[in-house]
Design a protein around this ligand. Structure first.
Ligand SMILES: Nc1ncnc2c1ncn2[C@@H]1O[C@H](COP(=O)(O)OP(=O)(O)OP(=O)(O)O)[C@@H](O)[C@H]1O
Ligand SMILES: [Mg+2]
Length: 373
């Protein structure tokens, strides 16, 4: 069947789904979105909007039936639910695979998988009982990070605890819920990097230029690049080997901590990723097209950087006022068209290209201040 007759079904209607839709339509593909509200960022731009819930087996089945290839914008849809929904519907594929999704959506299982493949990551402790918390606090020298195993994003679900008072407060707040978290040592990293890969269903794999990301309140604020690290090549090779072994299909993001002498993996997201948005304007092909090409088994072309430097700044909500653009930026604006604003909510982003990273970043950060109402 020709490519243009294909229909992509996406579970979820947020900004990642929206940017996948916009690219898919540019490529001539049809896209169906399963989401709850007509006003969801991806619903209004899709070829077809299927009202429903990504938590409902029945609604998911309807999406699967109507699509040739199915993908998701969030890794937190239980793999088991998708497995059940896929049953008895022949010939339909969900990418990335449900096996990969199942291993990655639980931060604890993800960590264990990384360890199994000898991929460098921070140490962690599983919480079986309350005593494990005290043990971890002691072993990790009273500086620990609690991470919610399922459903954490934008720093929601990440709790840094650096003394006994904070530990007591955490225990009080999450009494009875302890086993839903895992614990990592708190580390003083030099910076945070991100490596994004795309692997198609034929096994071809490519990697995007590495970026540095800067977080505010444990949430991505802006990224810039390209950057390099002496361990980058070795880590890239290991990750490519891992992706081949688990037969991963789609775009995947590896968030990294730069510890100076080495790069270690913080977390993995089996999807298109905020730190990859720069690719929309800085590269010859972006992460959204790459993801679609991966699903369809299309070749992945060599990536070219359009200019020596790039910056991506997130536009984060600061109030509950109606979202509006006060002043149009000189960089490329990507607006998510969300109807409601709230503090820290991702409302859009801007990509800048130039010759010098430092100058570009300065310009971007100044310009950003005047944009969002
Ligand atoms: N072990 C750690 N030591 C120090 N800082 C950490 C640690 N783990 C996480 N952080 C900080 O908190 C941020 C968010 O953590 P993490 O990426 O695990 O959560 P998240 O909710 O998935 O975030 P996002 O959706 O923004 O990627 C990290 O980018 C980093 O800045
Ligand atoms: Mg993260």
């Amino acid at each position: 069947m020709p490519i243009h007759a294909k229909t992509i079904g996406i579970l979820g209607g947020g900004q990642l789904a929206r940017m996948l839709v916009l690219k898919a339509r540019q490529m001539g593909l049809r896209v169906i979105i399963l989401s709850e509200k007509r006003t969801d960022p991806a619903a209004s731009v899709a070829s077809k909007w299927l009202p429903g819930s990504i938590k409902s087996e029945q609604d998911i089945r309807a999406l699967i039936r109507a699509s040739d290839f199915i993908t998701f914008e969030s890794e937190f849809i239980p793999a088991e639910l998708l497995k059940r929904s896929l049953k008895q519907i022949p010939g339909k594929k969900i990418y990335p695979s449900l096996k990969c999704l199942g291993h990655m959506q639980d931060r604890l299982r993800q960590k264990e998988w990384l360890h199994d493949f000898h991929l460098p990551t921070l140490d962690h402790i599983k919480i079986n009982s309350k005593d494990d918390i005290d043990l971890a606090f002691k072993i990790y020298h009273s500086k620990i990070v609690f991470k919610r195993r399922m459903g954490g994003y934008d720093g929601n679900g990440t709790y840094v605890v650096k003394n006994k008072i904070e530990l007591a407060a955490f225990k009080k707040e999450f009494k009875g819920e302890e086993s839903q978290f895992m614990i990592e040592p708190f580390i003083e990293f030099q910076s945070e990097e991100s490596l994004i890969f795309a692997r198609n269903s034929k096994g071809q794999t490519i990697v995007l230029p590495m970026i540095k990301s800067v977080q505010k309140n444990n949430q991505c604020d802006y990224v810039f690049g390209p950057v390099t690290h002496h361990m980058q090549k070795k880590l890239t090779e290991k990750i490519i080997h891992f992706l081949k072994t688990v037969d991963y299909v789609g775009v995947i993001a590896f968030e990294l901590f730069n510890l100076g002498s080495k790069l270690v993996i913080n977390e993995v997201a089996p999807r298109v990723h905020n730190t990859g948005h720069f690719s929309q304007d800085a590269l010859s092909i972006d992460q959204f097209e790459l993801h679609l090409r991966c699903l369809l088994g299309m070749p992945l072309p060599a990536i070219e950087l359009k200019q020596p430097a790039f910056v991506m700044v997130n536009l984060l909500g600061t109030s509950t006022r109606k979202p509006l653009i006060k002043k149009f930026p000189s960089g490329a604006l990507h607006w998510y068209d969300k109807q409601e604003n709230r503090p820290r909510r991702k409302m859009g982003h801007i990509n800048y290209l130039g010759r010098n990273k430092k100058d570009l970043l300065q310009k971007a950060l100044i310009e950003r201040k005047g944009i969002l109402i």
